[in-house]
Ligand binder design. Structure first.
Ligand SMILES: NC(=O)c1ccc[n+]([C@@H]2O[C@H](COP(=O)([O-])OP(=O)(O)OC[C@H]3O[C@@H](n4cnc5c(N)ncnc54)[C@H](OP(=O)(O)O)[C@@H]3O)[C@@H](O)[C@H]2O)c1
Length: 261
């Protein structure tokens, strides 16, 4: 029997939690999951942005709720999950997306910037993933955790050391979690996006250096958040990707393959 795409990628009956949903990729991820039938809880620190997103999803016919969450505040994460569970129950899809970027040379990078990037991109991803897995196990539900890494987890770039370290760690965390959580029917995969125009990098792409970089991407463009829709849905869907765990998929217009010119 062949399952048609609409059914293969349907998320009816699923509950998704998306961190960092107040802008950029997370905002898009939440809308895409809701459009495919998931009830979506959107999380971040900016409550006003989350409230706008909930309205947008509802206007599109979807179901959503918002919860304030600071992923860098470990002590608050369990409480935020308690709030997140109130509207729809335990999330069986987690998009572990919240992240920040900070530029600075190796010799000048400040301890404050190093701590901040580790707190959000490394500790935050770990503690949110851990809490989510604990709750899926307690509720005895199969689940999918999707971590958002980066091509800078696979290669490096000058002035991006701290960020690259966290994203390499996210790829290894994805594999480590996948191995242990497979016995609980929880799949853990990661997306490694190339450069996608969002608030995290729009200032950089306004500079000459940023514009010049586009020439070195084989497809000669930066991505838009919609370029990740298919990979997100694949990883979220137990029907489409039930045998896939521990994988990191690169979506980057060919950027990591080679310098184009
Ligand atoms: N755009 C790219 O080219 C690209 C490429 C590779 C990987 N990524 C990754 O994709 C993810 C999303 O980035 P983006 O491009 O969408 O950037 P963005 O537009 O700046 O969004 C970042 C999101 O993370 C949230 N966030 C930041 N600190 C947080 C905290 N302490 N607690 C909870 N939420 C927090 C922000 O919400 P609040 O400020 O409201 O909390 C915001 O919603 C990041 O992990 C990033 O590293 C992006």
């Amino acid at each position: 029997m062949i399952t048609k795409a609409e059914e293969l990628f349907s998320l009816q009956g699923r509950v998704a939690l998306v961190t960092g949903a107040s802008s950029g990729l997370g905002h898009r991820f939440a809308r895409v999951l809701a459009a495919h039938g998931a009830k979506v809880v959107v999380a971040a620190r900016r409550a006003d942005k989350l409230a706008e997103l909930v309205k947008e999803i509802e206007a599109d016919g979807g179901t959503a709720a918002a919860v304030e969450m600071d992923v860098s505040d470990q002590a608050s994460i369990a409480g935020s999950f308690d709030e997140a569970e109130k509207p729809f129950g335990t999330a069986n899809i987690l998009v572990n997306n919240a992240g920040i970027a900070k530029r600075g040379s190796v010799v000048e990078f400040s301890p404050e910037d190093w701590r901040a990037i580790m707190d959000v991109n490394l500790d935050g991803v770990w503690y949110v993933g851990q809490e989510s897995a604990r709750r899926m196990i307690a509720a005895n539900v199969a689940g999918s955790i999707i971590n958002i890494a980066s091509i800078l987890g696979r290669r490096v770039a000058a002035t991006m050391a701290g960020y690259a370290v966290t994203k390499a760690a996210v790829i290894q965390m994805t594999r480590s979690m996948a191995v242990e959580l497979a016995r609980n029917n929880i799949r853990v995969n990661a997306i490694a996006p190339g450069y996608i125009l969002t608030d995290i990098n729009s200032a950089f792409f306004d500079t000459d250096q940023g514009k010049a970089m586009i020439d070195f991407i084989p497809q000669r463009r930066i991505g838009s958040p919609s370029d990740l829709d298919g990979t997100l849905l694949l990883m979220a869907s137990d029907n489409a990707a039930g045998f896939m765990t521990g994988s990191t998929i690169t979506v980057d217009g060919g950027h990591v393959l080679a310098f184009a010119r």
